[in-house]
Design a protein around this ligand. Structure first.
Ligand SMILES: C[S@@+](CC[C@H](N)C(=O)[O-])C[C@H]1O[C@@H](n2cnc3c(N)ncnc32)[C@H](O)[C@@H]1O
Length: 176
């Protein structure tokens, strides 16, 4: 991420949007998790999403990864009060074996709070999320489509991959 997006992602307005809009919408679609659920957050950034997974979605255990060690350091500080329920690692959403030694079907839920559009091999990230989900597991996501990424403000302010981005239909087809 460039400096503008990093500043935005680590700001209070990002947390307000996540808490007051994204979480209620995702809960309305996917509901709370069953007791004892094990959940994964890909691209956890500052760790606020993982905190909400514990507090609002009822996850019992959360594993969370991010490609950027500085973000993992932020997440570690934020999630210190939950350290017995959270495991953080630096690594890529496209290779969860390398990042977390994650076996097939090892999570009841995977959360993507706006990161897959950052990944050149976005299909690989979707395939990894599907691989590690248990049968009947839930994929909670909010994403940024090619339509939004092509807006002049987005292009001017932020730095995203430009090739092979997805429409909403492409993304839904891929998660199948
Ligand atoms: C837009 S931020 C979103 C952060 C957080 N999920 C949120 O909603 O505030 C995208 C995050 O994805 C991370 N990221 C980018 N590519 C990644 C990859 N291949 N695997 C894991 N994380 C990645 C970035 O380091 C960044 O923290």
């Amino acid at each position: 991420m460039n400096r503008a997006e990093t500043a935005l992602i680590n700001s209070p307005p990002r947390r307000w949007l996540q808490r007051l809009y994204e979480v209620p919408v995702l809960l309305s679609f996917g509901g709370r998790l069953p007791p004892g659920s094990r959940a994964l957050e890909i691209g956890c950034g500052s760790g606020y999403g993982s905190q909400l997974m514990l507090q609002r979605f009822g996850a019992a255990q959360v594993d969370a990864i991010d490609l950027d060690p500085a973000m993992i350091a932020r997440a570690q500080a934020r999630l210190a009060p939950y350290r017995d329920r959270v495991h953080l690692a630096t690594g890529s959403a496209t290779d969860l074996r390398a990042a977390l030694n994650a076996d097939d079907g090892s999570y009841d839920a995977v959360f993507d709070f706006g990161i897959i559009h950052h990944i050149p091999d976005w299909r690989g990230a979707v395939a990894e999320a599907a691989r590690v989900l248990s049968p009947g597991g839930r994929f909670y996501f909010e994403e940024v489509t090619s339509h939004a990424l092509n807006r002049p403000t987005y292009r001017r302010l932020f730095d995203h991959p430009t090739e092979d981005r997805f429409t909403a239909e492409d993304f839904l087809d891929q998660i199948g």
